[in-house]
Ligand binder design. Structure first.
Ligand code: 5GP
Length: 138
């Protein structure tokens, strides 16, 4: 099976599905996870279509990880988090549910547990406010 151009992140990239955008450049897009495991949960994806880390073009990957680094700093500052976690899943056995490479950026606080992965849809006004907070720290 190859890369499915109808996956939800490909639709977001084509403007066919909505997203609360944080930033973008020629290579990558950052936007809020619609079912966040913690407030501030942000995703970074390459604009190039690839399923996961293992089939990504190394140059595109390099450009994408630079965006991850920048956005992680902004998320940490915006949510005054002592820590920030980067997660990236490859294959359904690893828990991947959307098959377009993405990096999760999640603020972390000791003692605060994550909500369930990809389960509860967040309020859209709240997501826009969170995106705004992160953009202000870029
Ligand atoms: P994975 O399980 O593949 O590592 O993560 C996929 C992530 O995409 C999940 O955290 C899930 O909440 C998020 N997600 C699924 N559908 C959508 C969507 O339509 N919009 C956004 N912004 N995030 C989504």
């Amino acid at each position: 099976m190859g890369y499915d151009t109808d996956n939800i992140f490909a639709k977001i990239l084509r403007g066919e599905a909505p997203a609360f955008k944080v930033c973008e450049n020629d290579f990558a897009l950052a936007f809020m996870d619609v079912m966040p495991q913690v407030d501030g949960h942000t995703l970074v994806i390459p604009k190039d279509g690839c399923e996961d880390l293992l089939d990504a073009d190394p140059q595109i990957l390099g450009e994408t990880i630079q965006v991850v680094q920048t956005v992680a700093g902004a998320v940490k500052e915006a949510f005054e988090a002592p820590g920030v976690m980067i997660a990236q899943l490859n294959g359904s056995a690893a828990g991947q549910t959307v098959f377009h490479l993405h990096f999760h950026i999640m603020p972390r606080f000791s003692g605060l547990e994550f909500r369930m992965h990809a389960r509860d849809m967040e309020d859209f006004d709240k997501l826009e406010k969170h995106a705004e907070r992160i953009r202000a720290c870029l």
